[in-house]
Write a protein of this length. Structure first.
Length: 146
């Protein structure tokens, strides 16, 4: 009788403890309703603190896993985002977020949430900014009307 109970109850016990379904990868979709500032994302990065950053046509978005914080142009504020159209974003080893926009290149200090701006010399330029393998920042500037 003990062997019979052991043979019947052991598989039930094992199935209860080890037979739980494995956790599957879950894909989540975030929209304007969730706080994303625009429906088209131009660039995505994750910084050293784990925040996810989204470059959009209507601002820079910081996502902490549950809520979005949006950085946009603020008229008269020199340390705000310089253009709402954000093309590319990069995170460097010092924790700065580099933002490429139509108005030039900006560096966000995430500790005080201030932007520092580096403007291109001409208003008629198209830029491409990217990181190299050794953490070098490259800027390619083409004059459109020269």
């Amino acid at each position: 009788m003990k062997i019979f109970c052991l043979l019947v109850l052991l598989p039930v016990f094992i199935s209860i403890t080890y037979g739980q379904a494995p956790i599957k990868n879950k894909v989540l979709k975030y929209t304007l309703k969730d706080g994303l500032s625009f429906g088209i994302v131009n660039s995505i990065i994750q910084d050293e603190k784990g925040f996810i950053w989204f470059a959009t046509n209507d601002g820079l978005n910081q996502f902490d896993g549950s809520t979005f914080k949006v950085f946009k142009v603020k008229q008269g504020e020199s340390t705000a985002l310089s253009s709402n159209y954000v093309q590319e974003i990069f995170s460097d080893h010092a924790g700065y977020i580099w933002v490429s926009s139509r108005d030039g290149l900006s560096k966000l200090d995430t500790r005080n949430e201030k932007f520092y701006h580096y403007r291109f010399t001409s208003n008629h330029t198209k830029s491409l900014v990217w990181w190299g393998r050794q953490s070098y920042l490259f800027i390619n500037i083409k004059c459109l009307y020269c």
